[in-house]
Design a protein around this ligand. Structure first.
Ligand SMILES: [Zn+2]
Length: 123
């Protein structure tokens, strides 16, 4: 083992002790990268690897993986729509043409409906 690895491991152990003191629980699962023990934080329920100093996502089966993928897709969609709403708001402040205003209004309603739907899919 290289010296740098030993140092990293020592730092990891220290971090682990610190986590336990804060009330984190050591899990049976091992880190996919360093195979060190993983810890779950008491409040956020986040699972972290003290050695890699990274958050780790544990997925138990295919369905859960799909669920996470769906979730990230919906988040992306929400973000894209928020950007569009922002753009339209800027136009709305300056627009005086009634037809244009109507289009902006319709678009805004459409986007708000999508936001509402993605929220409903999530719950
Ligand atoms: Zn790790």
């Amino acid at each position: 083992m290289k010296e740098s690895d030993t140092k990293k491991e020592e730092a990891g152990i220290q971090k682990a002790v610190e986590l336990m003191r804060k009330g984190a629980t050591m899990l049976n699962e091992a880190c996919p990268e360093c195979s060190g023990p993983l810890f779950q934080l008491p409040e956020s329920r986040d699972i972290i690897c003290p050695q890699c100093e990274k958050k780790v996502l544990i997925v138990s089966d295919e369905a859960e993986v799909q669920e996470l993928e769906k979730e990230s897709l919906l988040t992306e969609l929400d973000q894209a729509i928020c950007i569009q709403i922002e753009n339209v708001m800027r136009r709305l402040k300056e627009e005086i043409d009634a037809d244009e205003l109507m289009t902006i209004g319709r678009l805004t309603i459409l986007w708000l409906e999508i936001l509402e739907k993605t929220k409903r899919i999530r719950s």
